[in-house]
Design a protein around this ligand. Structure first.
Ligand code: T3D
Length: 247
């Protein structure tokens, strides 16, 4: 299993579990992740969900060794990445990302889609898509610009630089930084607090706040899939991808 699910006292935790690949996402993991988030949301005994990663990373985004998935990038994004974002943002229950290590590419998108983003002191975010000639997807183009504004978002997307946990909080990409050993305890504590809010009130509040931000996420998700299809056709993308795989 590349994801594990534990439920305790009404709080479900999904752990991405491919630590030797920094929890990079292959297709079966992405499909399972979207499905399990939906299953937790539909389960009346689950009050909140915590997302985290096994080992030293939260998630390194697309599994770059699954080359065939990048050959039809538009389809891959629309069919297997967008449902993860929609499952998180559309869930009536609170979703807490416990970012235990690097959250890169689509991994950053999963963190930013969550309702609460807790980061371990040693964690970081990296909008690395451009480094392999791709464009931000998994909602990153939408959430990044809303959090930090256009000029900073462009700088972050263009450089692909690592953003420390402390800077992530300063930039409103994350809510709180905690020592590594306290991350899950704090995440579960917050999850329980949010789960105590009446479910209907919470889900309506979540929807109101998300809609108040303006600009339709679904429009951006579709645009990301179209742009990724174009970027992934480019020779330069294939060269950069090969260079990563041959390091
Ligand atoms: O069609 C489509 O799928 C389009 C969708 C795209 C969505 C995306 O997410 S695109 C972005 C994909 N992700 C990346 O480009 C990130 C690639 N990884 C990195 O840049 C770095 O690994 C990190 C910055 C995340 C972490 O660096 P570091 O120095 O801490 O670790 P490392 O040494 O680079 O990686 C450790 C191992 O994990 C290494 O394997 P090895 O040498 O020990 O056998 C490395 O190859 C592997 N790994 C890291 N990231 C990925 C990966 N393997 C497969 N896919 C990865 N994304």
């Amino acid at each position: 299993m590349t994801i594990t699910i534990d439920t305790e006292a009404g709080i479900a935790r999904i752990t991405l579990s491919r630590p030797d690949r920094l929890n990079a996402l292959d297709e079966s993991t992405r499909l399972a992740l979207a499905e399990e988030i939906g299953r937790c949301d539909a389960d009346p005994t689950v009050g909140a969900l915590v997302l985290t990663g096994a080992g030293r990373a939260f998630c390194a985004g697309q599994d770059l060794s699954a080359r065939h998935e990048l050959e039809s990038a538009g389809d891959t994004v629309a069919r297997t990445y967008n449902p993860i974002v929609e499952a998180i943002t559309g869930a009536g229950i609170p979703v807490v990302a416990a970012v235990n290590g690097v959250a890169a590419g689509a991994g950053m998108g999963i963190a930013l889609a969550s309702d609460v983003v807790l980061m371990s002191e040693s964690a970081s975010m990296a909008c690395v898509f451009g480094k392999i000639g791709l464009v931000p997807d998994t909602g990153v183009s939408w959430s990044l610009v809303r959090a930090v504004g256009y000029p900073r978002a462009l700088g972050i997307a263009a450089s692909g630089r690592r953003i420390s946990a402390e800077e992530s909080v300063q930039l409103s990409l994350a809510t709180e930084v905690v020592p590594p050993e306290e991350l899950l305890v704090r995440a579960h504590h917050l999850a329980r607090e949010l789960a105590a809010i009446p479910r209907t009130a919470f889900s309506l509040t979540k929807r109101l706040l998300r809609e108040a931000v303006g600009g339709d996420l679904s429009v951006s998700l579709a645009a990301e899939a179209r742009a990724q299809a174009i970027a992934a056709e480019e020779e330069e993308h294939h060269r950069l991808l090969q260079a990563f795989l041959e390091r």
